[in-house]
Each structure stands twice: as C-alpha cells, then as structure tokens.
Design a protein around this ligand. Structure first.
Ligand SMILES: Cc1cc2nc3c(=O)[nH]c(=O)nc-3n(C[C@H](O)[C@H](O)[C@H](O)COP(=O)(O)O)c2cc1C
Length: 327
C-alpha cells in the first residue's frame, strides 16, 4: 500500500494535491466535496487588497463633499466588512472539515492588509498564503526596487502573525533564482508557491477591445513551473508547492520528480469537477505501485536540476536540436 502523505507548512497532508486559491472554495458544500474527493488542503479565495481599495474609493467618489475623516471611515468600514465575512468563512470551513485550511491575501503593497493577518489567525486558519503579484511594468523602477517589495511585505507580515507563511509569486524577475534564494534566506517564508497565473491580455481585432485570453490553464502550461521547481528545489531548503498547468496525476508526478513538496490545482477542478482530485490521487498511487515507490520521498527530486546529471534541459531556452530538423 503506497503512502501519499506529505508535510507542508508544518501541516500533515493526506495527499500532495492542494486546492489552489479560487472561487471553488467559496461555499461550504463545495469545501466538503473537495475534502471527500481527497484534497490534501484547501487555499481559500484571496482577499484582494486592490479590490478593497478600489471599492472604497468608488464609494467615496460618489460624493465629493466627503471630508478626510469620512473617507477614512468608509475605507475602514469596507475593510472590516470584508474581513469579517472572510474570517466567518474560515471558521465555517474549519468546523466542517478535517483538512488544513489556508487563508490567502493578495497584496500589492505592505500597507492595507497587515491588520488582517491577526484576525485570520484568530479565526483558526492553519496557514497564510501571500499572493504577491508584482508586474515589473513601471519603467521608472529598477529590478531592485521591484524586488524590494517582496522583502518589505513578507517582513511586515512575519511580524504580524505566527502562522506559517507561503509566498505565492510570479515568474517576472530578471534574477528570479537569486531572488527566490534571498527570500528563502530571510527566514520569513515557510514555502514558495511557484507560480501564480495572471490575467492574460489579448485583443479582439473586430471590436478593437482588450480582452482576456483563457482564464483556465491547460496541461501545456506546466512547463514554466516545472522548469523553475527543477532549478530551485536543490538550491533552497524551503519547500515548493508547484502550481499552474497541473491537470492530471501525471502532472503531479512530474512536479514531485523535479522536487515539489506538493502541488496546487484550480483549472482542472473547474473543468472536470471535484472528482478530478480523487482521479489524480489514484493515478499517482497506481504509478507509484508500478514503479515500486512507497512514499513521495522515494522519488521526490529525482529529476531536479543537477549539473552532474543529464538535466541541463531545464536551463535551455533555445530549441536548437528540436527546431533544427523543422523546415
Ligand atoms: C477562477 C479562478 C480564480 C482564482 N482566484 C485566485 C485568487 O483569489 N487568489 C490567488 O492567489 N489565485 C487565484 N487563482 C489562481 C489559482 O490559485 C492558480 O494559482 C492558477 O489558476 C494556476 O493553477 P491552475 O493551472 O491549476 O489553474 C484563481 C484561478 C482561477 C481559475
């Protein structure tokens, strides 16, 4: 009998497959369904700092006669309402399940949401995922200035809560490997979640409007996280949860082979239903039995980047050989 348990953020997971932050865990019935289909843990939908700020300023802009105190009051009320809805959801999720419930905050600065973390901790969340989406699109900012935001945020959050912290980040950095290594050295990050999938702009040429291309990923989108988990898993001691493009049991196996501690999935659950979790767990177990691996540790990292072994493909960006014969 194979054992697919793993440890993540100091929590014991029955399966390495975690439900990624998304609206799928917005209601308790769905959360129970995710648990009964074998989810290792659930990351709740993020509280979005940007959204809260936008909502407050929208309400304020309805009446320009408001003074400074009223502006502050409205912002505070909106934040408190959102936060109390969120903490209520955490409490409900905790009292209806036996698997870890991870809260999530999306931050664009080191300001607004710092007070949120202690409320989330009090509500009983098992851990906190910080979704920090930094797009280095401001040409006035150097790479150091962009990257400094990660350090500022995690330092402040670390001081505000004792919960284990997972940092979910983007792949946008000219010095990504170095950035991840330095973030791991801060001691403030208990796991990395590589990588978030962002809004992907496209253009409708008939209406000449900006649109969004596919909200959901496909298995082909796995290569970015596969590459970077492979490159980083031997370099840092902090565990990595892989996400984006993981749709099948085979995708889970690939990520563990390159050194992921666990994986997070969203799109495949929207597309194939919550029962996809149990299918993926079964595929993982069947493969392990066939390969005679009893635990995930028996094969974790076997195909991670290692300069001594033939894994240099993870550092290749040009196709060369692959394109060579195509005319
Ligand atoms: C409908 C939907 C809503 C999402 N909402 C959030 C969110 O609130 N916070 C977050 O960090 N990620 C969010 N994500 C991103 C997922 O957590 C995940 O990182 C991403 O979809 C990649 O995984 P996948 O390829 O399995 O979909 C969302 C994804 C989807 C599809």
């Amino acid at each position: 009998m194979v054992n697919i348990e793993t440890n993540y953020l100091g929590l014991n997971l029955k399966s390495p497959i975690i439900v990624a932050s998304s609206g799928i865990s917005n209601n308790i019935e769905k959360i129970k369904e995710l648990e009964s289909n074998g989810a290792g843990a659930i990351v709740l939908k993020s509280l979005f700092e940007e959204q809260i700020l936008a909502e407050s300023s929208h309400n304020i802009s309805q009446d320009e006669s408001y003074g400074y105190d009223v502006h502050n009051y409205i912002t505070t009320v909106m934040r408190d309402t959102r936060l109390s809805d969120y903490t209520k959801h955490i409490k409900e999720a905790k009292s209806n399940t036996n698997i870890p419930i991870i809260a999530s905050i999306n931050c664009v600065s080191d300001k607004e949401w710092i007070d949120y973390t202690s409320a989330i901790e009090k509500a009983g969340a098992d851990a906190l995922e910080l979704n920090i989406g930094i797009l280095p699109s401001n040409h006035e900012f150097s790479s150091e200035q962009n990257e400094q935001q990660y350090f500022n945020i995690i330092e402040k959050v670390r001081k505000s809560t004792k919960l284990p912290i997972a940092l979910k980040m983007s792949q946008y950095s000219a010095g990504l490997a170095n950035l991840i290594k330095k973030l791991s050295w801060t001691g403030h990050v208990d796991a990395f979640v590589l990588f978030n999938r962002y809004f992907r702009p496209d253009i409708d040429i008939n209406d000449m409007k900006i649109t969004s291309s596919g909200v959901f990923s496909s298995s082909e989108d796995i290569s970015d996280s596969l590459r970077w988990v492979a490159v980083m898993s031997n370099v840092i001691e902090v565990p990595i949860a892989a996400t984006t493009g993981i749709h099948t049991g085979a995708d889970v196996i690939k990520q563990i082979l390159v050194g992921a501690q666990c994986v997070q999935v969203a799109s495949t659950l929207y597309q194939n239903g919550t029962q996809q979790l149990s299918k993926m767990n079964d595929e993982l177990k069947t493969w392990m039995e066939k390969k005679k691996f009893n635990t995930l540790d028996d094969f974790r990292g076997k195909m991670a980047f290692d300069s001594e072994k033939n894994t240099v493909a993870f550092e290749r960006i040009q196709f060369m050989k692959h394109f060579g014969g195509i005319e």
